[in-house]
Design a protein around this ligand. Structure first.
Ligand SMILES: Cc1cc2nc3c(=O)[nH]c(=O)nc-3n(C[C@H](O)[C@H](O)[C@H](O)COP(=O)(O)O)c2cc1C
Length: 221
């Protein structure tokens, strides 16, 4: 495999949700590289529970867009009041995010490819399943693969967004794509060449606020 030509730290620190995509097709070899990178991810017991349904079919992409858009509208309606209360510059930044997220919702079907990420439930080692709280460990066997896929997109000049709103429509997506009963949907990832700026600087909490030394809330340094 040829070298990607981007430093890993540069790729990670500029990997953004790219929601404005050109309609130009993605060459098969690039798509294969992106999917291959996904398969390099770790998974519990190395069970590799992932499957990827690559959608290029305009009718199927349009069906996904029609299912997605109402969920985005509901999300936006529910979350806008909180956004309006944010101080500047957070309010403007989130406002821009919502704007591009709406663009993606309206134009989802125009992405040249949507990768539907599926996971084989019986292969998940869900070590926290019996705790009295929502389980999170199962996702650890699939989302690293999605992150690898996103990083590979970044390295190859492609833009993509991890989306999960459509997981609420799993029964309809299952029927549309003939997904077997033992598999569930984990993400839908539209991929294409970025329109405009694409990747760039991130807005994240500083490490001092999220990493501690020896006990919770003790400063790292
Ligand atoms: C678990 C997960 C679910 C997400 N679901 C959606 C989604 O349904 N639609 C969407 O537009 N973005 C979705 N995103 C993208 C996030 O909104 C995005 O990563 C975050 O706002 C940071 O954006 P940035 O990387 O461009 O800074 C999701 C991200 C994650 C990690």
């Amino acid at each position: 495999m040829e070298k990607a030509g981007i430093d890993l730290f540069e790729a990670m620190s500029t990997l953004r949700a790219v929601r404005r995509l050109r309609t130009d097709p993605i060459p098969d070899d690039l798509l294969r590289k992106v999917l291959t990178a996904a398969t390099w991810a770790p998974s519990g017991g190395n069970r590799q529970p992932w499957r990827f349904v690559v959608l290029r079919d305009p009718a199927k992409k349009k069906a996904l867009r029609d299912l997605y858009l109402p969920h985005w509208t509901t999300y936006e309606t529910d979350h806008r009041p909180a956004l309006e209360k944010l101080p500047e510059p957070d309010r403007s930044r989130m406002g821009r995010n919502y704007h591009t997220a709406r663009h993606l919702a309206e134009h989802l079907h125009e992405a040249p490819v949507i990768v539907v990420v599926c996971v084989h439930l019986p292969d998940l080692a869900i070590t926290d399943a019996k705790l009295d709280r929502p389980s999170v460990v199962g996702g650890g066997s699939i989302y690293p693969a999605v992150q690898n896929l996103l990083l590979a997109c970044r390295a190859l000049g492609l833009g993509a967004t991890l989306t999960t709103l459509l997981c609420m429509e799993e029964p309809k997506v299952r029927e549309l794509l003939a997904i077997p009963p033992s598999f569930v949907t984990a993400a839908h990832v539209p991929i294409g060449y970025p329109e405009g700026r694409g990747h760039g600087p991130l807005s994240r909490k500083p490490v001092e606020k999220v990493a501690f030394l020896d006990r919770w809330d003790a400063p790292l340094a």
